[in-house]
Design a protein. Structure first.
Length: 307
């Protein structure tokens, strides 16, 4: 599933990110703990050079604790990166953020100036919720479209640490089709832009393979269905998604699966593992190489026919 994100604006955005980064000392990138790879903006790693970065794996109240641990280790392999699991549902999980910024920054800088930080991240990962928590008051709208930027202010979050009050909104990964599905499943892509059945089949396949017990518990399944389509049919039967003639309304069954996953009713579930995305990255590179090769062959044959 391809995600369209600010098409044509990539170059401009790249320049803007570079400028923002020049102005701050520590980047605080918010990721969704259920999809730490797909909710990452690859440009941050490419452009930050040696600028310290704290990656907050937010919504850990919904993610699989074992996989969250794996992700923390995987993300911290990058030089200058510290990763923290957090949830805005439990503000105390944010307690070590200031200290982490200080550790990362004062390793290489003078201690007598405040550290300027900025929250960055793709839509819906919880940037505004985190800003409000750190500010101790509601200054950013939650669960809404990004507010029109007023004059940028700074918030004093802790001794020696300031935070810009306007979050940097980024776009997610676009080159990996699997990421498109996982962004849709977790709600980072607007509902109007997604096909519920399509993403529910993708989610169903992953859940049947990785979290079969949670599916069985939630939907009272005696046996595990053999395919994602059969899973949706079983959900439909149990939740009364029936049309005349006994047909199952797959669209409604799909909505139930996705909405119950998003709200945490299915359980603690993470939709990607470090190992899995490593393999996907290889596939993406292969596909890119194949596309380039095809293009080169086409150009060569066009040249030949012109002669
Ligand atoms: N379960 C859970 N939900 C959260 C958490 N943090 C934020 N949310 C919810 O996620 C949704 C998006 O939160 P926001 O703070 O508006 O996210 P944002 O990154 O500012 O989104 P945009 O402004 O659209 O870019 C809201 O419904 C929040 O209530 C969390 O830690 N756990
Ligand atoms: Mg926001």
């Amino acid at each position: 599933m391809a995600v369209q994100w600010y098409p044509g604006h990539m170059h401009k955005a790249q320049k803007e990110i570079r400028e923002i980064m020049d102005d701050i000392d520590v980047i605080i990138e918010v990721l969704d703990a259920r999809i730490p790879y797909s909710s990452e903006n690859p440009l941050i790693s490419q452009l930050r050079k040696d600028k310290p970065c704290v990656k907050l794996l937010n919504k850990m109240d919904l993610s699989d604790p074992l996989l969250t641990q794996q992700w923390l280790q995987a993300l911290e392999k990058e030089q200058g990166v510290k990763a923290l699991p957090v949830t805005t549902k439990e503000p105390q999980t944010m307690a070590s953020l200031s200290e982490t910024c200080r550790q990362l920054y004062y390793d290489n800088h003078r201690q007598d100036r405040p550290i300027k930080t900025m929250i960055m991240g793709i839509p819906n990962v919880g940037k505004s919720s985190i800003i409000n928590l750190l500010a101790g008051r509601n200054i950013a709208k939650v669960g809404n479209e990004p507010a029109v930027t007023k004059r940028q202010q700074i918030i004093y979050i802790d001794n020696g640490i300031v935070l810009l009050d306007t979050p940097g909104i980024l776009w997610p990964r676009v080159e990996n089709q699997n990421s498109g599905y996982r962004l849709a499943i977790t709600g980072a892509v607007k509902d109007t832009a997604i096909e519920y059945e399509d993403i529910a089949l993708y989610a169903g396949e992953y859940l049947l393979k990785n979290y079969p017990m949670l599916l069985q518990q939630r939907f009272d399944l005696d046996n595990l269905p053999d395919s994602p389509l059969m899973l949706l049919e079983e959900i439909g039967k149990r939740r009364g998604c029936l049309r005349s003639g006994g047909h199952i309304e797959l669209h409604r069954a799909s909505e139930i699966l996705i909405h119950e996953y998003r709200s945490g009713k299915l359980g603690l579930i993470t939709f990607e593992t470090p190992e899995m995305v490593q393999q996907e990255e290889i596939m993406v590179l292969q596909q890119q190489a194949e596309r380039l090769e095809k293009k080169a062959l086409k150009q060569a044959s066009r040249k030949k026919s012109r002669r």
